[in-house]
Design a protein around this ligand. Structure first.
Ligand SMILES: Cc1ncc(COP(=O)(O)O)c(C=O)c1O
Length: 382
């Protein structure tokens, strides 16, 4: 199988992640913080160490502001629904994944918030459009760092400055940028940073993270056991426990920590450059082949390792994805990629595009095989 669907979840994981998962599952898989015995303490230490590593890697305010979640969707819902109040205004964009768009749309339909969805241009947001959309009632600006459909990286530093000046909160969905685009929380104006552990941080599925800056004021997300002071009738207000009721996915977090260590050793920018160089080969082929085109602007300097291709008629992305899978053993993602608004803007709704997303483990020979398969399928059809 040639796996080119790393924007959905990464495969394979680095060897060190498999080893960490195996070791942790065999030696330390107790319930962290729930008892004083050695295994529970070892499990708790793994989680604490992971929070410290995250805080160092992204230069956050302190380790206790890092909340472990089920996935990126969970983190985004926690930030959005925990923050807004009736009458608030929220700004978002047409690049968003449904994990941002749907909670906001539900809040808008319920009459809780008013919503402005700014338009991207060739896959990029203009910070000035954010400035124009701000109102005195704007509580939250929720934007993706990199489009999961187009791979385009957004100017979040410039946008963050504008949002901070206006006194609103800035939520960044880093699902497609984490691990490949450096994020420095001290140098930027990000209040919430949400990301999955299972994409370019190479943890297993079932892992996600929400960073919560100190300017925020959240409602508890779920209430329950935290292992600490059980005599209290209500959720402890102390972070991270305030947002982490129930047994955490400590095995997943052990894998995520190993993945983060691997990314740190490789250097995010090196990983991004490898993936973008592979995509550049595909872009070259597309530009020299009739009928095909790349969705959005292609700028290798502001791109992560996801690329959407507009397929030539009469083929559909779904047909092509099916043939690539069944006849060539190539795993790729056709369709809307949970991001309908950008497809409407691009004119690729409802069939969508064919998205490929290589990883650090993808080789030039793999990309040649992918291009060869596309050429073979389309020969004689278009
Ligand atoms: C930009 C973006 N945001 C959010 C998500 C949701 O991530 P998860 O599946 O971890 O909830 C994805 C997943 O593909 C994504 O690409």
């Amino acid at each position: 199988m040639l796996y080119l669907d790393n924007a959905a979840t990464s495969f394979p994981k680095p060897e060190s992640v498999y080893q960490a998962l195996d070791k942790f599952a065999r030696t330390s898989l107790a319930n962290p913080g729930r008892a004083g015995h050695a295994m529970a303490v070892a499990a708790e230490r793994t989680i604490d160490d992971a929070r410290h590593t995250l805080n160092q890697f992204f230069r956050g305010e302190s380790p206790d502001r890092w909340i472990f979640t089920l996935n990126c969707t969970d983190a985004l819902n926690m930030a959005i629904k925990g923050t807004v109040n009736p009458g608030d205004h929220v700004i978002t964009s047409d690049l968003e994944h449904n994990s941002v768009s749907r909670p906001l749309c539900a809040l808008e339909k319920a009459g809780t918030i008013t919503l402005t969805r700014i338009a991207s241009h060739g896959g990029y947001l203009d910070p000035e459009d954010v400035r124009k959309a701000l109102t005195p009632k704007t509580k939250l600006v929720a934007l993706t760092h990199a489009s999961n459909v187009l791979g385009t990286v957004q100017p979040i530093d410039a946008i963050g400055t504008i949002v901070r000046e206006a006194g609103a909160l800035f939520l960044v969905d880093a699902a497609q940028s984490v691990g490949v685009v450096p994020i420095d929380l001290k140098a930027s104006s990000i209040d919430f940073l949400a990301f999955p552990g299972h994409k370019a941080l190479y943890g297993p599925t079932g892992t996600g993270v929400l960073y919560v800056g100190r300017r925020t004021k959240l409602r508890a997300w779920r209430e329950g056991g935290t292992g600490g002071d059980s005599s209290s009738e209500t959720q402890p207000t102390q972070y991270p426990y305030f947002l982490e009721g129930g047994t955490p996915n400590v095995l997943g977090i052990a894998g995520l920590a190993a993945g983060l260590a691997w990314v740190n050793a490789q250097g995010p920018d090196n990983l991004r450059r490898h993936e973008v160089a592979l995509l550049a080969k595909v872009v070259e082929w597309v530009e020299s082949t009739e009928g095909w085109s790349v969705a959005g602007k292609w700028d290798p300097d502001t791109h992560v390792g996801a690329l959407s291709l507009i397929v030539p008629e009469p083929l559909t992305p779904q047909e092509l994805g099916g043939i690539l899978d069944s006849s060539f053993g190539i795993a790729i993602r056709p369709g809307l990629h949970c991001s309908p608004y950008i497809h409407k803007r691009l004119g690729t709704f409802p069939d969508g595009t064919l998205r490929l997303s290589p990883s650090p483990f993808t080789t030039v020979a793999d990309i040649d095989a992918f291009i060869g398969a596309l050429a073979e399928i389309t020969a004689g059809v278009i």
